[in-house]
Ligand binder design. Structure first.
Ligand code: NAD
Length: 451
């Protein structure tokens, strides 16, 4: 038996023995997780810095701080979420009680990416253990310090039957996917998402796929341009653009493009300094292959600001590129780096039609004052989720389920949506034995009238 097979077998046995189901057990695990994060917070922030050069402020806000609020939400509501739901009894069911039991799926596999290596590894785990499952986590090999730390601190805190980390690259991931799980939660790229779904289909294992895509920031001519520029710069260049819901490109009304670009330039300078290479807090690109892929995009169009890169430090300046067409390489795939291409439109309905020809993005951001236009854009186009007059903010509200649609993924999590994702809703009719209706049995015509 390989290490992977043994880990899966141990978790199967742990779940079968019923350890994970009681409320007290689940609550204890959530509290342990919170304590673990508090105890190891400095080491976590340091590991994220070593792997990605993320500043302490950014790592706290987007990784650990986010997890504390997710944990608090689960701790506050767990008892209520676990309650069975009693539903109405139709006349045909008179005498019975009808309800839904919240049942854990069982053994969960979580596969995580590198861009928010703590948040995206642990946030699904919060929902999975709150819902009473066991979890094997496969973190990303591209953030080795974070992955090693996660393995160490999780092993110190949790029984491996409940939660364990198996480090490794795609081979480990594939061997894990060859095992039988009851639920798979994958965050990563679209091509790997397809592999996960194909492998999951062999055991008919349900999946959540948190994928990516090209998320537009549309700026209409009635937008508050200075605020739009500031919020787009923040959303795009946080984590050096390596955010699944970062605005991938700017789609702006042609009348306001020039003014907007001046403001974007100004906000890049005020957030990252005149020389971003001097800014020690600007996140680096995760690997040299991603660096080469990104710098390859810089050959097209006209650089409005930025454009310099340093391979030895894996840094690329916050860059804005004008004169970009839909057929340019930078528009051919998710950018996932600090490069913002700019495209324009003449009227909003043409812009919407153009976007309808693209794959459904994970996020969409619309900037404009007119409420009819806001409604038109957000209700006509299909996308995972997004903001009106802001970027990224929707992800931080635990009351908003987060997830993609179409090629940006399936399923959702955060807050109660996480608990629901890892919970099977088991419907029960508890029938009375005090009386019996004849209408449902063969030969009765009354039943037809009632139904
Ligand atoms: P990735 O798909 O390359 O890797 C994700 C995980 O899958 C890693 O743990 C990796 O080891 C594993 N993996 C890689 N190749 C595999 C294979 N052939 N078979 C099985 N497993 C494999 O993604 P990434 O580069 O780590 O992350 C970037 C992508 O993730 C972007 O597309 C981004 O949009 C997306 N993303 C989505 C979200 C979201 O919440 N929707 C969040 C973050 C990142």
């Amino acid at each position: 038996m390989s290490i992977i097979q043994k880990a899966v077998a141990d978790q199967r046995e742990f779940f079968r023995q019923g350890h994970t189901k009681p409320y007290e057990f689940r609550m204890n695990q959530l509290k342990k997780l919170k304590k673990m994060l508090k105890k190891w917070e400095p080491a976590i922030l340091e590991a994220v810095h070593t792997d990605l050069n993320k500043s302490e402020y950014e790592a706290f806000a987007t990784e650990v701080g986010f997890l504390y609020s997710e944990l608090d939400d689960h701790i506050k509501h767990l008892e209520e979420w676990m309650e069975p739901i009693y539903v109405k009894t139709p006349i045909t069911h008179k005498g019975s009680k009808n309800y839904i039991i919240k049942e854990p799926y069982g053994n969960v596999l979580v596969i995580a990416p590198w861009n928010y290596p703590i948040n995206l590894a642990l946030a699904p785990i919060i929902g999975a253990i709150a819902a009473g499952n066991t979890v094997i986590l496969k973190p990303s090999e591209l953030t080795p310090n974070v992955s090693a730390l996660l393995e160490e601190i999780i092993a110190e805190t949790f029984e491996p039957g409940l939660l364990t980390v198996l480090e490794g690259g795609k081979e480990t991931s594939q061997e894990l996917l060859d095992q039988r799980f009851d639920y798979i939660f994958f965050t990563g790229s679209i091509p790997v998402g397809k592999i996960v779904m194909e492998k999951a289909s062999r055991h008919l294992t349900p999946v959540t796929l948190e994928l990516g895509g090209k998320s537009p920031a549309i700026v209409h001519k009635d937008a508050k341009l200075d605020l739009a520029a500031k919020r787009i710069v923040w959303g795009k260049f946080t984590n050096a653009g390596q955010t699944c819901i970062a605005p991938d490109y700017l789609f702006v009304h042609e009348d306001v493009k020039d003014k907007l670009l001046v403001k974007i330039k100004k906000h890049i300078q005020s957030m990252y300094g005149k020389d971003p290479f001097e800014n020690t807090d600007f996140t680096s690109i995760v690997s040299s292959s991603h660096f080469d892929r990104l710098t390859g995009f810089l050959d097209n169009g006209e650089i409005v600001t930025g454009g310099r890169s340093k391979r030895e430090r894996l840094r690329i300046e916050p860059t804005v590129m004008d004169d970009i067409g839909w057929d340019d390489p930078v528009m051919g795939e998710e950018i996932f780096g600090p490069i913002l291409p700019v495209l324009t439109y003449e009227n909003l309905s043409d812009a919407v039609e153009t976007l309808q020809d693209q794959e459904k993005p994970l996020a969409l951001y619309y900037f404009g004052k007119n409420e009819k236009d806001q409604k038109y854009v957000t209700e006509t186009l299909s996308f995972g989720g997004g903001c009106i007059n802001d970027t990224l903010y929707h992800i931080a509200n635990p009351h908003l389920p987060f997830g993609g649609v179409g090629s940006s993924g399936m399923g959702a999590y955060h807050g109660k949506a996480s608990f629901n994702t890892f919970t099977h809703q088991k419907s029960i009719t508890r029938q009375t034995t005090k009386f019996d209706y004849s209408f449902r049995y063969p030969g009765s015509k009354a039943g037809l009238k009632i139904i």
